[in-house]
Design a protein around this ligand. Structure first.
Ligand code: AMP
Length: 518
């Protein structure tokens, strides 16, 4: 199928051809005609499938007619991270170069004033992260009732990062007379429920089974002792023909350490994590995109949704805590039909995490050997999955005695808050002068999740409104109550029951009660 047959206008087709695309990707083929018809879309597409153009291209044509009023955007695209939002804005600039559409990008870490000026001019396309958008709304700088097209991108990421309450609030501010395009790489029940609420008679567009990994990604996994991971990584990098690579770490602390270590060993490595300032992040990213940095060591939050054309390799220095993150991480490579490679370094303690990933993606990640290094086995005492199944022995045999150096999960404080958009508090403006906002306190609290990782990552976004999470606070309360209870006589304790003084009244027993009855 050609782009010409999708119903796009000549100026859009020209921009697409100048970009060098010859054929639409499957998601573009399926979604573009439906979006142009004005229908809602429930899109299940993994990263790197060309999903962004599948909504940007038809939106340009939809918005080509009409003018925006000051502070009243005509369309809204919600993205979970700043980087992703910036990337979508770049796409709009490329594909919309033959149109006169006004665009504004509302993300944290940059000044409010410029964003306000852009809103004031009238905006056809508003691309925003939920937190910063609500800040502008609360300051009265943006009104959302004129939004005719809403895009919720990477909905499962929004869920992971704790943004769903904000997204629900934003959707509540929009007119129901709108077109909604809802995209998610995975479609867990929680996301499906949300889609059912936001969408009206949507056309479902699926280009890959939920949570599957791209076919053109050659995956490999090796089990090495934790303390040998750096050596293993260096060997793999040297052995592979690497154009550019991202190395993912679970902890932001490890990002800096690993980058330092790689540089010490002569590699051209940069770092990207949520503690870095927005300008520093942008600068590093630009250098990586330009090929000035070859290996980017990154945390999940910072690397979310990065679109680096033609990235050759992804390395997981740690097995991600969430299986969905594995799909996202390795989806950074093998994009738009190119072949990519991913290698995962698992420690013996990370067997249950690997098992969860393999369950999600439906295949076993092929075990590979690191040149000159002996692989070890997963520690059967860590996690549930590996026990008695005889799996997980990497080529080269096991050295079970060396396993279990580290529990798979890091202490809370060490982990990078997922919910940080990267670093949520910075995303929203500090408001020392303000009283707690009542609507925040009334916001429905997320139910405790079955999966502990997401609980653990869920940093309070609004300190004034958020209460301690129920299961933990309950646990603490029980522990605090315990001494009190021990002091109390136990109802089933015979000795107590047989005492002459009736229970519950202590020493102050009224005389008539203490009188023996006949
Ligand atoms: P996305 O899934 O939107 O992040 O896109 C992944 C990559 O595919 C980006 O680098 C796009 O520039 C590229 N891309 C999108 N559509 C096409 C197409 N029709 N042909 C070739 N590359 C494309």
């Amino acid at each position: 199928m050609s782009f010409e047959s999708l119903g796009l206008s000549a100026p859009v087709l020209q921009a697409v051809s100048e970009k060098g695309y010859t054929q639409p990707t499957p998601i573009q083929e399926k979604a573009i005609p439906i979006v142009l018809m004005g229908r809602d879309i429930l899109g299940c597409a993994q990263t790197g499938t060309g999903k962004t153009a599948s909504f940007v291209l038809p939106m340009i044509d939809i918005l080509a007619e009409g003018r925006a009023k000051a502070r009243m955007p005509r369309s809204l695209i919600l993205e979970p991270t700043r980087e992703l939002a910036a990337q979508v804005a770049e796409n709009f600039e490329i594909y919309g170069k033959n149109h006169k559409l006004n665009m504004a990008l509302l993300i944290g870490g940059v000044s409010f004033e410029d964003q306000e000026r852009a809103l004031e001019r009238g905006v056809d396309v508003l691309i925003a992260t939920p937190g910063r958008l609500l800040d502008h709304f609360e300051r009265g700088k943006v009104l959302l009732n004129d939004v005719k097209v809403l895009v919720i991108d990477e909905a499962d990421r929004m869920l992971d990062m704790g943004f769903i309450p904000d997204v629900e609030r934003i959707v509540g501010l929009l007119s129901p007379m709108r077109q909604t395009l809802f995209f998610s790489a995975t479609m867990p029940p929680e996301i499906k429920r949300l889609a059912d609420r936001f969408l009206s008679n949507p056309k479902e567009v699926t280009v890959a089974p939920p949570a599957s990994t791209g076919k053109n990604i050659v995956q490999g996994l090796t089990v090495v002792p934790e303390e040998e991971k750096r050596e293993a990584l260096r060997r793999l990098i040297r052995e592979q023909d690497i154009k550019n690579a991202i190395v993912f770490c679970n902890r932001k602390r490890d990002v800096a350490i690993l980058q330092g270590s790689l540089k010490k060993h002569g590699f051209n490595a940069g770092a990207l994590h949520g503690d870095m300032s927005q300008p520093a992040r942008m600068e590093t990213l630009e250098k990586f995109k330009q090929g000035e940095i070859q290996i980017l060591v990154a945390s999940d939050v910072a690397a979310r949704g990065l679109d680096i054309a033609d990235m050759s390799h992804v390395f997981n220095f740690d097995v991600p805590f969430s299986p969905e993150d594995y799909v996202h991480r390795i989806g950074r490579t093998g994009r738009a039909g190119r072949t990519g490679h991913s290698f995962t370094l698992a420690s013996p303690a990370e067997g249950s995490l690997v098992e969860a990933i393999e369950k999600l993606i439906g295949v076993e990640i092929p075990r590979v050997e690191v040149p000159g290094m002996e692989a070890v086995a997963f520690d059967p005492s860590e996690g549930r999955g590996r026990r008695g199944r005889g799996r997980g022995r990497a080529p080269g045999g096991g050295r079970g005695g060396r396993s279990g150096e580290r529990a798979p999960r890091a202490p809370r404080a060490e982990r990078e808050p997922k919910h940080a958009e990267a670093d949520v508090q910075a995303e929203r403006a500090p408001r020392p002068d303000r009283a707690p906002r009542p609507e925040r306190a009334e916001r429905p609290r997320r139910e405790p999740r079955a999966e502990p990782r997401q609980e653990a990552h869920h940093e309070p976004r609004h300190h004034e409104a958020r209460e301690p999470r129920e299961p933990r606070s309950e646990g603490r309360a029980h522990r605090e109550r315990r001494p009190e209870r021990r002091d109390r006589p136990h109802r089933n304790d015979r000795h107590d029951r047989d005492e002459a003084v009736p229970m519950g009244l202590g020493d102050h027993v009224p005389a008539f009660l203490a009188r023996p009855t006949r």
